[in-house]
Ligand binder design. Structure first.
Ligand code: NAD
Length: 422
């Protein structure tokens, strides 16, 4: 049995194992879930602007298609690896199951820093990724979406490439695409909107007023910016923000729109007038009520967790807390909204987009928001109830709720014995 895989895959597998044990299920369930059912690695040649050819490595992991087609984002980042996309695909299976969506987990990525690429190079890379993987993708097979380093523009190129290959319209093959190509209103804001709903529910549960509470946000891309914006709208004070270049701090609360503009103009939040410079670890350990890790995996290690002063950690990123960091947060009584619950707004509105594409009937922004709120509130309540009834932490509770649904699907397909039958 593989229990010593490095980094995020080891963390994902440890979480699955814990949930299997909490359910009192057998080893066969863990064995079915510990790795994706398929992991594809491809090489994508791109003719660069200077005439040279660079070959990029890409991956797509499809964890489980028992509850529906695989679903999950595509990441463009130099740190992408086979193990990372595998871990992320495992988390996607649990996230979709917890949100009650008819999907299994998928995830993809390309080992690349997209920032220095020219537009035409990025377009070739995006199209090349789809050409290489088209045989395993499809609206009923595996449906990509944006993740770190990608967004609607990349999804638009990818959809166009897929439709050229398919020879007809297939808008449901990709979500998070531009509105002009069948994207959903509210998809861009969805992850942050879901985080804001989850934080609001946590605040209610803990009897902590959200208005006036202090929030620190690590990572200021899609997830971080919309979370900041929406929590500020609820009256919270965003006291600190960081990105890959460093952090900023303002105890009275930052103006989020000004911070977004500053990042757009200069490439970073660092140097925003009227703020104090802090480093990335200081940001995670700021005195605040809510800490939102919204960057990448592994930010909150045991050492960092020792210094976390927030009451609530809302995991907008996937896998931001290492298993050791998680233990420290638990011991210190920090309330964690686990990633598979906290950032499920993205995949939930992706599901809405897929439904709209399949029916050819677009929804209004108010409808998207109301349905997202209903699902986030329900999932939060289910996790809180499971944590209470089972006497576990919120992360284990979230995994157990999801695992019960996954196990029911496996049993219904005859892939796992029924209760009493082993
Ligand atoms: P993004 O590329 O838009 O933004 C990532 C941000 O993190 C950038 O601001 C970058 O500068 C910052 N960052 C990188 N390293 C950092 C570090 N060491 N310290 C501080 N900041 C750092 O990505 P995104 O789409 O916002 O995704 C962020 C996280 O949210 C990922 O874990 C992703 O899987 C997760 N997520 C995203 C979505 C979505 O819809 N975009 C949905 C669910 C989960």
């Amino acid at each position: 049995m593989e229990r010593t895989a490095p980094g995020p895959l080891a963390a994902a597998q440890a979480q699955v194992r814990k949930a299997v044990e909490a359910l009192g299920a057998g080893e066969d369930l863990y064995e079915l879930l510990r790795l994706p059912q398929r992991t594809v690695e491809v090489r994508i040649p791109v003719r660069m602007a200077d005439g040279s050819v660079r070959v990029f490595t890409g991956y797509r992991a499809q964890h489980l298609s028992v509850l529906g087609p695989c679903k999950g984002g595509i990441r463009f980042h130099p740190g992408v690896s086979r193990e990372e996309v595998q871990a992320l695909s495992i988390w996607m299976t649990f996230k979709s199951a917890l949100a009650g969506l008819p999907f299994g987990g998928g995830k993809g990525g390309v080992v690349v820093d997209p920032r220095p690429l020219r537009e035409e190079e990025l377009e070739q890379l995006s199209r090349g990724y789809i050409r290489a993987l088209a045989p395993v993708l499809g609206p009923d097979r595996d449906i990509p979406a944006p993740d770190a380093g990608t967004g609607p523009r990349v999804m638009g190129w990818m959809l166009d490439e897929y439709e050229r290959i398919a020879g007809g319209a297939a808008p449901g093959v990709i979500t998070g695409k531009p509105l002009a190509l069948g994207g959903s209103v509210g998809r861009e804001a969805a992850t942050g909107q879901g985080v804001a709903f989850a934080v609001r529910e946590a605040a209610r549960l803990l009897g902590m007023p959200l208005a006036g509470s202090r929030v620190a946000i690590q990572g200021f891309g899609n997830a971080g910016q919309f979370t900041a914006r929406l929590l500020a709208r609820e009256g919270a004070r965003i006291v600190g923000i960081s990105d890959s270049r460093g952090g900023i701090y303002h105890p009275g609360g930052l103006d989020v729109e000004t911070a977004i503009r500053h990042k757009e103009e200069t490439g970073s939040v660092v140097g925003l007038p009227g703020t104090e410079a802090i480093d990335q670890v200081e940001l995670l350990q700021l005195e605040c009520e809510v800490l939102v890790p919204a960057a990448l995996e592994g930010a909150i290690t045991a050492e960092v967790a020792q210094g976390v002063r927030a009451k609530v950690v809302a995991e907008a990123a996937n896998g931001p807390t290492t298993p050791e960091g998680d233990q420290v947060l638990r011991d210190r009584g920090v309330f964690v909204i686990p990633d598979i619950l906290c950032n499920a707004g993205g995949v939930t509105v992706s599901y809405f987009e897929w439904v709209q594409n399949r029916t050819g009937y677009p929804w209004s922004e108010a409808e998207v928001r109301a349905r997202l709120e209903e699902r986030m509130v329900r999932a939060f309540a289910q996790v809180a109830a499971a944590a209470q009834s089972r006497g576990t932490d919120t992360r284990t509770a979230a995994y157990v709720v999801a695992l019960e649904r996954i196990r029911a699907g496996l049993r219904a397909r005859g892939l796992l014995g029924s209760p009493g039958a082993g």
